[in-house]
Design a protein around this ligand. Structure first.
Ligand SMILES: Cc1cc2nc3c(=O)[nH]c(=O)nc-3n(C[C@H](O)[C@H](O)[C@H](O)COP(=O)(O)O)c2cc1C
Ligand code: SF4
Length: 586
């Protein structure tokens, strides 16, 4: 197997992120000694190992509890899922401060960005395992299990169940996928014809940006290099998105075969699935499917007896960083570095993993490619619109009676989705996650398509009872937290946006702050280094345009500072021993 942590030919045959994770499992944190040990093992400067540990939010330099609980603070699985603050209830019951480990080392509780369980009610991860459908009663039972130090294996199994509900099926989810069927087809027709089929299908990326998939494969195939790579982006971090979680559980065969079809076209021998750390619990299942595929001759040497066609897939698990979904940051992370986006161009198709030509596709894109290989481009184009061929799988959550997975032909209108999921009295829908678009009722006739409202899959519904300013604040906090900090407009700007929204929500904002929000938003949009910064203010600009009354209702008539100016002079008054009228502001 090719070494997955490529800095040095004599580094261990284990990914750096996996080695660090293993040490953390053993010692409940990553100590300076552990970092030095890893630096020696991987023949890396200690500073590089430190930078990796510090970058990823799932690595801890201080000991966690033996039970480590992470509550999702996402708008959907947090704010919309329950009125009570379940995290604070558990903290109170276990006498622990959020973000700190209890002095006996039993428990630590913190919050984290969306964990992709938005259709499962309020949820948490405990030692990496999901517990769904939380309510105060279940929280009390969890507190009891922790207090008695009951091992997780003895907790009620149903607490850990994730119930996938597919409410609507279109092209991909109606077809039964028979392992090997795509590969048999492409091995018969050859790489050129397979590429033509993908090109003719008009398939565009399902991860958000919508780049033409056939074109991407073609550019990569034509790029010179020592080796070519296929990477599946399973980082699914956009709050409100969980369709890849479902596809990884339900359609792993089709995914791996889609990657193998791509490898056949571009001439790759090695592929990676970059799985978000929040989905680590899917690893056993994914490895089982991979092993079965190897036994069936669908992966490995001489695939299906075809001389010179060798390809295998390795899964690399991330460690809690939304930015690693951005393709160049993902490659950095695959290479065992902090996930800081690269300067582009050059693009991954020519300079990707290890500087070699690399195709990066979303889970759903690769599954669609496997189906297109079997059924052809005409079948695929039978659904969708002229520019948006095929179907789109949506993750529907928020204020509706039937959250879950919905697959539609492209071109479906928003009202249709709302009717199907039984959403009533809807104020607005956030499509494409916080980085996407906020759509009000006047625009519910708009369509899901690349021509109109495009989305990586997130479809978040807000009822009339919701305070949109609270939602904007939650999104702003998400971006401020997830900014990788590399460039100033995004690093500083996302925090200023958050502070400004807090100020308005706290009744201290004026018209001046609205102008400030607009200017800052534009600055971040136009001057940031990567897609995170370019889209981080979308939700604010949309809210200001479509729901200005939400902000205006909170404004004061006159300028107020973000802090109490008179109070800020208190220290000076004490030092000078003055408290007369002239020592105070009006
Ligand atoms: C901040 C950020 C996060 C992203 N997260 C994801 C993700 O979780 N999954 C994904 O497929 N694409 C994500 N993307 C888009 C990828 O950069 C890339 O365009 C995509 O993986 C390409 O695959 P596709 O052509 O099949 O859509 C993200 C982009 C940005 C800017
Ligand atoms: S825009 Fe934000 S996430 Fe992207 S490189 Fe700059 S700081 Fe990092």
């Amino acid at each position: 197997m090719i070494n997955s942590c490529p800095h040095n030919s004599d580094s261990p045959n284990e990914h750096l992120l996996h080695r660090l994770y293993a040490l953390q499992q053993q010692f409940l944190h990553i100590s300076p000694e552990s970092m030095q040990q890893v630096a020696r093992e991987f023949n890396l400067p200690v500073s590089q190992v430190v930078s990796v540990v510090e970058f990823y939010s799932f690595f801890y330099t201080q000991p966690c509890g033996r039970f480590h609980v992470l509550f999702s603070n996402c708008t959907s699985c947090g704010y919309l899922a329950g009125e009570q603050n379940l995290m604070l209830i558990l903290c109170q019951q276990l006498q622990v401060i959020p973000g700190k480990t209890r002095s006996d080392g039993l428990i630590s509780i913190d919050e984290t960005s969306c964990i992709g369980l938005c259709d499962q009610g309020a949820s948490l991860l405990i030692n990496g395992l999901p517990v769904t459908r939380l309510n105060p009663d279940k929280i009390a039972e969890i507190a009891q299990c922790i207090t008695t130090e009951t091992p997780l294996a003895k907790w009620p199994a149903k607490w850990f169940e994730i119930q996938d509900t597919v409410h609507q099926r279109s092209l991909l989810l109606t077809e039964q996928f028979i392992p090997g069927s795509a590969l048999q087809k492409v091995l018969t027709q050859g790489a050129d014809e397979t590429l033509s089929t993908i090109l003719q299908s008009g398939l565009c990326g399902r991860g958000g940006a919508g780049f033409n998939t056939g074109k991407k494969w073609q550019l990569c195939r034509e790029a010179p290099g020592n080796a070519h790579y296929v990477v599946c982006n399973a980082d699914e971090g956009e709050p409100g998105t969980f369709k890849d979680r479902f596809l990884l559980r339900d359609q792993a065969n089709a995914l791996f075969e889609g990657m193998t079809v791509c490898a056949f076209v571009i001439g790759a021998e090695k592929g990676f699935v970059y799985l978000r750390g929040e989905y680590r619990y899917l690893l056993d299942h994914l490895h089982a499917v991979l092993n079965q595929s190897r036994q069936q001759g669908l992966l490995g040497q001489n695939i299906l007896g075809h001389a010179n066609f060798h390809f295998d897939i390795e899964i690399v698990v991330g460690a809690g960083a939304y930015i690693c979904g951005e393709e160049s940051a993902l490659i950095e992370s695959l290479e065992g570095k902090p996930g800081i986006p690269r300067i582009r161009p050059p693009f991954p198709v020519t300079h990707g993993y290890l500087g070699q030509p690399t195709v990066i596709n979303n889970v759903e894109t690769l599954i669609a490619a496997a189906h297109i290989a079997i059924h052809g481009s005409t079948w695929f184009k039978s659904a969708g619109t002229e520019k948006s061929t095929g179907s789109k799988i949506l993750s529907v959550s928020g204020d509706c009676c039937s959250p879950g997975i919905y697959e539609y032909s492209f071109g479906v209108n928003i009202q249709q989705v709302l009717d199907d999921c039984h959403a009533h009295n809807v104020q607005a829908v956030q499509i494409g996650g916080p980085a996407g678009k906020l759509i009000g009722a006047a625009d519910f006739n708009r369509t899901i398509s690349f021509e109109d409202v495009s989305t990586g899959g997130s479809f978040l519904i807000f009822g009339q009872q919701r305070n949109l300013l609270t939602i904007n604040r939650n999104f702003a906090r998400f971006f401020a937290h997830e900014s990788c900090g590399f460039c100033t407009p995004c690093r500083v700007g996302t925090h200023l946006l958050k502070n400004n929204l807090d100020k308005i929500a706290n009744g201290r904002g004026t018209a001046y702050d609205i102008e400030e929000l607009k200017q800052l938003s534009q600055l971040i949009q136009h001057h940031s280094h990567c897609g995170l910064g370019h889209t981080a203010a979308n939700h604010i600009l949309d809210s200001l345009q479509h729901f200005p009354q939400v902000f205006e209702a909170k404004l004061k008539q006159h300028f107020t500072a973000q802090f109490d100016l008179d109070q800020a002079l208190e220290t000076a008054r004490q030092v000078t021993n003055r408290d007369d009228a002239a020592a105070h502001l009006d």
